[in-house]
Design a binder for this molecule. Structure first.
Ligand SMILES: Nc1nc2c(ncn2[C@@H]2O[C@H](COP(=O)(O)OP(=O)(O)O)[C@@H](O)[C@H]2O)c(=O)[nH]1
Ligand SMILES: [Mg+2]
Length: 463
């Protein structure tokens, strides 16, 4: 099947001093010649005039479109593995339109979203884990995300997955030999003696790896923080103070915040912080009631909860934590887990003195004033620390649910192999084969077609 030559703007849309256009495919170089009228040296930037070969006969003589830098990348040493042309021209709508017309007339077609990367995958320039890493790198917002994506783009995860897959295959080989020579009576015991511990060791390393993946996914997906508490405690004031902008409406009318208001914070790790409706049992109407329901459900899903208390109104720490305070019922306290944060707000008014007991508290307790900003640096620090807890970005990491599912599948298969190894080595061999297959899904050595749609749906044109 003939492969089309495709083009797209690789740099962001809109007006810009320079925009990079990419052309890839078997006709990329001949189309370049039609527009530029000459050859340039592979992998060397050259200043060229790009012209519209409208009359179809004389190359390089048409109407001038723009001048700029061109680089040729001869396949397979290019991003897609095909012949690639990169043109850095002026980033204007008119240049873009004229260029697209000319390229289309010269025989190329506009690329679909992610099509360059898809070609890189098909031509073995990147494996599936690296394609995901590329998407993550382009989407990265924090330095941890950037480093993690770069590591994966370098093949850190792919190498680990491939390494384990090969180890499993190595363990499997004597099991298969056993199947081939079933008459040698003492083989099963010897095989089991050797393969059993090897399978157990593999299972252990895969399980450790899987457990670490929680933090890797946190880096990619971000941690979720929910601000909860009774009405008028200052939850909305707090999110505004943290975000440094008015994301939520502040008012002394109880029940003002009804839906969840979210904003992003860079705590080293990306964090989504949510302001929620005040928790009270006597909601004034059905909308507020729904808001309370959402607040509770968000509190349950969040990685970190921040319970905000009006410290100027609460009588004492004991009454609060025993659930005796009228406006902070037991039900609200039950949403808060050990390790979560309790913020005693409005410290600018008289506030409960938490200093004697806070050292022994199962929670991180802080006295702040969302109004004056007192104590806010400490809160930010506590959030940063909790968000970073257990986040480790050294070494390969399972950054997506898809990777974790593949490792889980491999562990389950190895568990079956372990159980079968003495009684039925042929079944154990099959289980080991399935474990290897499961790991092959990470790089796309297996089952690539099943996940392509989902992975590439996040790509935009030009990637
Ligand atoms: N004095 C004082 N007032 C505050 C503080 N934080 C919030 N408030 C006030 O408390 C009222 C309720 O605040 P709001 O943020 O809307 O509370 P929410 O219902 O928990 O979201 C508003 O009148 C705020 O101005 C604070 O630290 N000190
Ligand atoms: Mg509010």
């Amino acid at each position: 099947m003939a492969v089309d030559t495709i083009f797209a703007r690789a740099s962001g849309a809109g007006k810009a001093g320079v925009a990079v256009y990419r052309l890839s495919g078997p006709e990329a170089f001949s189309i370049f010649r039609k527009l530029v009228g000459k050859w340039i040296i592979n992998r060397e930037a050259a200043y060229v005039a790009v012209r519209d070969p409208a009359d179809g006969s004389v190359t390089g003589r048409g109407q001038l479109i723009d001048r700029g830098l061109a680089i040729l990348f001869e396949g397979p040493k290019s991003f897609t593995g095909e012949d690639v042309v990169e043109l850095s021209l002026h980033g204007s709508r008119a240049v873009e339109e004229a260029l697209y017309d000319a390229l289309t007339r010269a025989g190329a077609r506009p690329a679909e979203a992610g099509e360059f990367t898809l070609r890189a995958l098909k031509n073995d320039k990147l494996d599936l884990a690296q394609v995901e890493a590329l998407a993550d790198l382009i989407d990265s917002e924090t330095s941890l995300q950037r480093k993690q994506a770069l590591g994966q783009l370098d093949g850190r995860l792919s190498e680990a997955a491939e390494g384990w897959r090969k180890e499993i295959l190595a363990v499997m080989a004597p099991l298969e030999a056993d199947i081939d020579f079933p008459d040698e009576g003492d083989v099963p015991a010897a095989v089991a003696a050797r393969a059993g511990p090897a399978i157990a060791a593999l299972k252990t390393s895969l399980t450790t790896f899987l457990n670490q993946s929680v933090s890797a996914r946190k880096i990619r997906e971000g941690v979720s923080i929910a601000i909860i508490g009774p009405p008028n405690a200052g939850k909305s004031s707090l999110i505004n103070a943290l975000a440094g902008s008015d994301v939520a409406i502040v008012s002394d009318i109880a029940g003002t915040t009804r839906d969840i208001v979210e904003t992003r914070l860079d705590l080293g790790v990306v964090a989504t912080i949510a302001d929620t409706a005040g928790l009270r049992s006597m909601a004034s109407d059905a909308i507020e009631e729904e808001g309370v329901k959402r607040a509770k459900s968000r509190a349950k899903q969040a990685d970190i909860r921040v319970l905000v208390i009006d410290g100027s109104e609460t009588v004492s720490r004991e009454t609060l934590l025993s659930g005796l305070t009228e406006n902070v019922p037991r039900e609200t306290l039950d949403l808060v887990h050990p390790g979560d944060i309790i913020v005693w707000n409005k410290s600018d008014k008289t506030n409960v003195d938490i200093s004697p007991e806070k050292e022994h508290s199962p929670y991180t307790e802080l006295s702040v004033s969302a109004k004056t900003g007192a104590g806010m640096a400490g809160l930010l620090q506590a959030l940063t620390q909790k968000a970073a807890e257990g986040v480790n970005n050294d070494g390969p990491a399972l950054t997506r649910a898809r990777h974790a599912a593949a490792v889980e599948e491999a562990i389950a298969a190895l568990t079956r192999a372990e159980a079968n190894i003495e009684r039925a080595p042929e079944l154990a061999a099959e289980d080991a084969r399935l474990a290897a297959r499961a790991l092959g899904k990470i790089t796309g050595a297996v089952g690539v077609e099943d996940v392509l749609g989902e992975i590439f749906s996040s790509f935009c044109i030009g990637k």
